[in-house]
Design a protein around this ligand. Structure first.
Ligand SMILES: [Zn+2]
Length: 103
């Protein structure tokens, strides 16, 4: 039962990684920080650090790994987003232009 619960937890961790990967890839390859709130990511990173501490205290391995993934991914996003602040790729520029056109 514990193994099944851990497996379900690690599937969740895999989904978390799968969600961050395209975001980081787009930031890094396109130098595009469109739609990224540095303040929100900073708060989420802080929350992940607090959850990581909690997971150590309760000794939950799945939670430790997941919060570590969250913390590292958000730190990477924050550093890259800050580096490419106010830069957007052609695709996002087109989307913003279209939005302005219709609003
Ligand atoms: Zn973009």
């Amino acid at each position: 039962m514990a193994n099944l619960l851990s497996m379900i937890g690690y599937i969740g961790t895999g989904l978390v990684i799968g969600a961050y990967a395209p975001q980081i890839w787009h930031l890094w390859t396109e130098h595009c920080s469109a739609g990224i709130s540095e303040r929100a990511y900073a708060l989420w990173a802080l929350a992940a650090a607090v959850f990581l501490g909690h997971s150590f205290m309760i000794g939950d391995a799945v939670f430790m790994v997941t919060q570590l993934v969250n913390l590292v991914a958000m730190a990477i996003i924050l550093v890259i987003a800050r580096r490419f602040r106010n830069q957007i790729c052609a695709a996002h520029a087109r989307q913003l232009h279209v939005r302005e056109w219709f609003c």
